[in-house]
Design a protein around this ligand. Sequence first.
Ligand SMILES: [Zn+2]
Length: 293
Amino acid sequence: MPEITRVGSVEIAVARDSYWEAAPAAHLRDLDNNEIPLEHFGPALRGGDPQTVIRSRVLTFVLRSKGKTILLDAGVGGWGLWRFGDGHLLDSLKELDVKAEEIDYVIPSHLHLDHIGWNTHPGPDGQPVITFPRARHLFHRADWNHFTDPGLYERAGNERLHKTVSTCLLPVKDAGLMDLVGSEQQVTDEVTILHTPGHTPGSVSILVQSAGESALFIGDLVHLCMQLTEPDWSPPYENDRIQSAKSRRRIVEEAVGRDALVAGSHLDEGPIFGRMVTLDGRRFWQGVPLPAE
Ligand SMILES: [Zn+2]
């Protein structure tokens, strides 16, 4: 059954790709990159055990706005690079009856593997083939500069990162299908790219506004819902944890001010969209069910 919602006249379909999992206590650090005392998790986790693994997912979204079809994030791909196994985005698109040739824009929230994996897929000779051949691929300039700097993977000695860049990013540029975006950019007059750096230098969120309604797609600005309650918490591999906390506070304010639907690329298993609510003076992301067909 397709998972579809609407924001004004924008249709939003969920295309599931893969999954991941982590225990909050192992996954999150405070602003100084120190472990968070277990008892501090209580309110944000609503009494849950921070050492219990939370199963999550890798989601992408297909937006239809003003005659354009926009893919937000491109999943983990089929390159054997994701530790939880290859993704299913292409099957999910088939189920939604969306053809790869229909996609006008591919907009990754940032340039980590699990958001760019299906930019390409292995051809018969194993070489990368562009998956969405008509799409303009909009990459944030700060992420492009960061991830395509050969010094980055030479310093890190990270072969997986090297392979990700050479299979999922460089072929898009070589095919002439890449546009680099700056701080804020309009895609259609209902869809805007916001620069929300921190997780990576060029992380973006997508604001959808139509007919008085709005939604925010926040990528990996948070991995677990509790980071919207505790914006100072983030994973140890955050590029700039001070900046990512600032971006989270900004987005929480935007979401509250607009009463926007908020969806992440991952988030805890359960509802896909939610709204910010205030309980006992704290803000929580609260899931909202999809409208019935
Ligand atoms: Zn991710």
